[in-house]
Design a protein around this ligand. Structure first.
Ligand code: PGA
Length: 251
């Protein structure tokens, strides 16, 4: 059966020292607790190795927030999937709407990144979701379908099974607007049906689909109690130990 996951996405926040303090605080808070979900923290590249060394990665797995779409070589400033893997990270967040919109990441670029991540034994947390205008035009289903078809439905069933999908309506990210549990459940069920059509029911049933977008301690329980919502990808509320732990406690 699929895993429940609460994953943090620090985005471009925290110096190395602040990040280490946050990671260690979380590690201490979760030590010895019996958890009903897996916990992941997504950090900037510069934190990965130090964070992975400072915490128990069997309790808290580490994710990068991006990786390069090229294997290695003359790409100044880029960080490859192999480099990410070598830090001790287990996951990589790919296709976040901020990467798509501010850094021009196309379906094709993301397809390359997903393949390189998998080739380097990193598990992609692949983000999809519509913008406000698309939701208003009731086009959210078309949008997530195109995003899956454009970047991950080329994978074999075996490779697709290594992915975590994160549905993040762009209008809910960092805005304080959250999709209602009904809206989220409806599209999560749709996403699972697309996976079932492509890979069969077993793969679909085993795929973890996270919700992201202003998820916090107050609304987490209402969201996570739906059958097709298997946890959350948490931005703002992952930056403080207590806020993040309260979301983990929702399971
Ligand atoms: P938020 O971000 O929780 O701050 O809305 C979620 C995300 O972008 O992953």
């Amino acid at each position: 059966m699929r895993k429940n996951i609460v994953a943090g996405n620090w985005k471009m926040n925290k110096t190395l020292q602040e990040g280490l303090e946050l990671a260690k605080g979380l590690d201490a808070a979760l030590k010895g607790k019996s958890l009903n979900c897996d916990v992941i923290i997504g950090t900037p590249f510069i934190h990965l190795a130090s964070v992975a060394a400072a915490i128990d990665t069997k309790v808290i797995a580490v994710a990068a927030e991006n990786c390069a779409d090229k294997e290695s070589g003359a790409y100044t400033g880029e960080v490859s999937a192999a480099m990410v893997k070598s830090t001790g990270a287990e996951y990589v967040i790919l296709g976040h709407s901020e990467r798509r919109s501010y850094y021009g990441e196309t379906y094709e670029i993301l397809k390359e990144k997903v393949q390189l991540a998998l080739a380097n034994n990193l598990k992609p947390i692949f983000c999809i979701g519509e913008v406000k205008e698309e939701r208003e035009a009731n086009k959210q289903n078309e949008v997530v379908k195109a995003q899956l078809e454009g970047s991950v439905f080329n994978l074999s069933a075996e490779d697709f099974s290594k992915l975590v999908i994160a549905y993040e309506p762009v209008w809910a990210i960092g805005t304080g607007l959250t999709a209602t549990p009904e809206q989220a459940q409806e599209i999560h069920a749709f996403i699972r049906s697309l996976i079932a059509d492509k890979y069969g029911k077993e793969v679909a049933d085993n795929t973890t689909i996270l919700y992201g977008g202003s998820c916090n301690a107050k609304n987490a329980k209402g969201l996570f109690s739906n059958p097709d919502i298997d946890g959350g990808l948490i931005g703002g509320a992952s930056l403080k130990v207590d806020d993040f732990c309260a979301i983990i406690d929702a399971f």
